[in-house]
Design a protein around this ligand. Structure first.
Ligand SMILES: NC(=O)c1ccc[n+]([C@@H]2O[C@H](COP(=O)([O-])OP(=O)(O)OC[C@H]3O[C@@H](n4cnc5c(N)ncnc54)[C@H](O)[C@@H]3O)[C@@H](O)[C@H]2O)c1
Length: 395
């Protein structure tokens, strides 16, 4: 067994899920022979880090992230802070020579993402980025259908991420709505997943985009202290503050192969809860996946002589399904996707081979978001720079 000491920076929603992910790797991926040990967690809100000491077994907590990086018992680091802190923490981790698993979007804008990717390249580190939807067994199946040519030549793709996490106008203005802390709105928060998913399933980078964006709820009440993720409340009689980034975005895209596509996202949709979906259309078939039904994929193949979709439930032949369930049709959960990501990260650390989504993938998604954001402002098409570095989406 190889002991791997884990340090966590930021003990909110994702910090908790990363930690649970590490703890499950030994059981789900026994062949890795790793025994992750939760060493130290840093958060400026002591109650958040103490919760992870008490519930998940971190040996200690601190309010200063530098304590995590300086601890000789820490071999790998998770960075699960609000977006604007990613760059400082990632650059410090790279300088300390600690491989890290960072949440998406990688920084509060493309300049942060470029700086993080450059620092990782200079340090020669392996990394992971939180593009968890890639790992769903149904998405793996969809990607296999594309790569095996069963859908024919891919002509177009539709990626949609509609959520209701901010549909209530009385929901507070958390860091996600503040430009300085989050960067863009849905372009970074939800569509970073979407851009990665599209590029990953097609194994094809987006080369050009045109976009429009809108903010439907322009003011929100000030946030009250406490709470993580979307479970944050406004104080009674809280003052109203401006929402500084977009609630909705729609992007037309061209891929390097010549395929075309659309990406759309809302964080204020009334109805969809987590409709994160990808539909791939080819000359001989099509396939559709939606996170709200994450354990199934709808497929139509001309070669079957069928018309309309067949609903296929996931089974042990698809992706990492068999590590979690032995029976076809038994489902995985969101947290299981983070276990897979933790395992890919630790495998990358052990072997030096970048198998987890990389900072180059994080940068590739950020470049698409940046081009879309610029297009939304000036109303013209924008070229997306060709991906560089150790991308894994086309591997
Ligand atoms: N992969 C996914 O599906 C997914 C889902 C949700 C969030 N995220 C990403 O994860 C990141 C965190 O989001 P979240 O929802 O977990 O946020 P959160 O608000 O739940 O938690 C953020 C934590 O950071 C802490 N923090 C703030 N300043 C800090 C500092 N200086 N040092 C240390 N800790 C500090 C806060 O106290 C809080 O505990 C974001 O980048 C977000 O985009 C990814």
């Amino acid at each position: 067994m190889t002991r791997i000491g884990v340090g966590l920076i930021s003990a909110g929603w994702m910090g908790t899920v990363h930690s649970r992910g590490y703890l499950a790797v030994g059981d789900k991926y026994p062949e890795l022979g790793v025994s992750p040990e939760l060493v130290v967690v840093a958060d400026t809100v002591e109650a958040n880090s103490q919760r992870l000491v008490d519930r998940l077994g971190y040996a200690r907590s601190t309010t200063d992230y530098r304590d995590v990086l300086a601890d000789p018992g820490v071999d790998v680091v998770s960075i699960a802070a609000p977006n604007s802190l990613h760059k400082e923490f990632a650059l410090a981790a790279a300088a300390a020579g600690k491989p890290f698993w960072i949440e998406k979007p990688m920084g509060a804008g493309v300049a942060d993402s470029r700086a993080i990717a450059a620092a990782v390249d200079a340090a020669g580190l392996v990394t992971a980025v939180g593009f968890n939807y890639r790992h769903a067994p149904a998405v793996q199946h969809l990607r296999d259908l594309v790569r095996s040519g069963q859908l024919g030549r891919v002509t177009n793709v539709r990626v949609r991420l509609d959520a209701d996490y901010s549909a209530d106008p009385a929901g507070p203005r958390t860091w996600r709505f503040v430009k300085e802390q989050a960067g863009t709105g849905v372009l970074g928060d939800l569509l970073s997943h979407g851009f990665d998913l599209g590029q990953y399933v097609l194994a094809d980078p987006v080369s050009e985009v045109s976009a429009i964006t809108a903010t439907f709820i322009p003011q929100r009440p000030e946030v009250a202290a406490g709470g993580v993720g979307h479970q944050v409340r406004a104080a009674a009689d809280a003052p109203m503050l401006p929402v500084e980034n977009e609630d909705w975005a729609a992007v037309h895209a061209r891929f390097a192969s010549g395929a075309v596509g659309t990406f759309e996202s809302s964080r204020v949709a009334v109805g969809p809860r987590c409709e994160y979906s990808i539909a791939v259309y080819g000359t001989r078939g099509s396939a559709v996946w939606d996170f709200e039904r994450m354990n199934e994929v709808a497929v139509c193949l001309q070669s079957d002589g069928s018309y309309g979709y067949t609903r296929i439930l996931t089974d042990p032949s698809m992706g990492a399904f068999g590590r979690f369930q032995v029976g076809a049709g038994m489902g995985l959960s969101f947290d299981d996707l983070k276990v897979i990501e933790a395992a890919l990260f630790l495998e990358s650390v052990l072997t030096g081979e970048q198998t987890a989504p990389s900072v180059a993938d994080g940068l590739a998604a950020a470049e698409v978001a940046h081009a879309a954001d610029t297009s939304a402002q000036d109303g013209t098409w924008h070229t997306v720079p060709a991906p560089t570095g150790r991308t894994t989406f086309a591997a």
